[in-house]
Design a protein around this ligand. Structure first.
Ligand SMILES: NC(=O)c1ccc[n+]([C@@H]2O[C@H](COP(=O)([O-])OP(=O)(O)OC[C@H]3O[C@@H](n4cnc5c(N)ncnc54)[C@H](OP(=O)(O)O)[C@@H]3O)[C@@H](O)[C@H]2O)c1
Length: 322
């Protein structure tokens, strides 16, 4: 099969596209014929400086849409032919989704509801699983006010859609009119440009009793804003690290009984993943989720695709494999 591979860490120039042996599914695994792969920031971060590569080469990328075309022992052969979305394919495993075929444990290949395009499905894994855990690890959201920082980002987009579906009043922050349009399209009730000097007042006007939960992409940059708008006993959930760790103002956080929570997909429990997969499947079936604008690349253009993500492309970067 043709696969994007790398065998040492570094910039996108370490990526090569080559013919490799098509892997077979082991016990409990399925082999997916990849239609579309999704590229996420974690893919270039792990390629740049991830843990030591314990294989001859690594095929990158976690997310994809495709069709199950072979199953290992212990997996129901009736799954052959199933259209699926795939998550965490390359986590501690060799066979990521930037290839014609990927092999994953069967539970990482989730049946796709009818009518969902491969382009949308390839954007589900990392962003939606992360957003789901950030939103719901502290209980239901019906009637709550949620602030999604960076509402035009992949995780931010997913967080807006899942929070709106759960009955929350959703405020999103963005940095431009183009990104505001994306956050509105995702369903945010109020969108605020966080670069405007009165951003805090705009958020407070939309959240009279304060914000219950903040889904935060830049904790250090936004801490003062967050503390200015959060409700007593509110939660700030952060899923991204910044070049410099923030200094947390203990007394201010304590006075508000605020919880700061940190989330990373690689550490989600099976229960968290199962719940997220179930809710995402329901949301897809209801037509409650949408794709961001696409940036399409071929397998041969994988380095450019990774660079686009690293450069902050607005929208979703995908690899058209088939
Ligand atoms: N912990 C986890 O498991 C996990 C999972 C997924 C992603 N991540 C990390 O989360 C980050 C975002 O991922 P993504 O896929 O959503 O990336 P993305 O699609 O590039 O979106 C990032 C968004 O954050 C916005 N942003 C940057 N600084 C901001 C600020 N100070 N206030 C508000 N918004 C700000 C950006 O827009 P502007 O710069 O224009 O504001 C952009 O829209 C990445 O660092 C990624 O590695 C972590």
């Amino acid at each position: 099969m043709r696969a994007v591979t790398y065998s040492q860490h570094g910039p996108s120039s370490v990526l090569t596209v080559q013919e490799v042996s098509t892997p077979g599914p082991g016990p409990g695994e399925v082999r997916i014929k990849v239609d579309t792969a999704g590229v996420n920031p974690t893919d270039f971060k792990v390629r740049n400086a991830g843990p030591a590569i314990p294989f001859d080469f690594q095929v990158p990328c976690h997310d994809a849409a495709g069709v199950i075309e072979a199953v290992g022992s212990g997996v129901d052969p009736a799954r052959i032919g199933e259209r699926v979305w795939v998550f965490l394919a390359a986590f501690q495993r060799q066979w990521g989704t930037a290839a014609q075929y990927a092999v994953v444990p069967a539970r990482l290949a989730v049946p796709l509801p009818a009518g969902i395009t491969s382009e949308q499905a390839a954007g589900l894994g990392v962003p939606y699983l992360t957003a789901h855990a950030c939103l719901f690890s502290d209980g239901p959201l019906d009637g709550a006010t949620v602030l999604v920082a960076g509402g035009a980002g992949a995780v931010g987009h997913a967080a807006i859609e899942l929070a709106v579906r759960a009955g929350a009043h959703v405020i999103a922050t963005v940095s431009s009119a183009q990104k505001a349009a994306l956050a509105h399209a995702a369903g945010a009730h109020v969108v605020v440009n966080y670069k405007e000097p009165d951003a805090r007042e705009q958020i407070s006007a939309a959240a009279r009793a304060g914000v219950d939960r903040i889904i935060e992409v830049a904790l250090g940059a936004n801490l003062a804003l967050d503390l200015g708008v959060i409700a007593p006993h509110g939660t700030i959930v952060t899923y991204a690290s910044e070049p410099t760790d923030p200094v947390l103002p203990t007394r201010e956080l304590m006075n508000l009984n605020v919880t700061v929570r940190y989330m990373i997909l690689y550490g989600f429990t099976p229960v968290m993943l199962t719940q997220a997969v179930a809710d995402i499947t329901d949301a897809l079936t209801e037509g409650a989720l949408s794709a961001l604008p696409l940036h399409r690349f071929t397998l041969d253009q994988a380095a450019a695709a990774f660079d686009a993500v690293e450069g902050g492309a607005v929208g979703k970067v995908i690899l058209d494999v088939e």
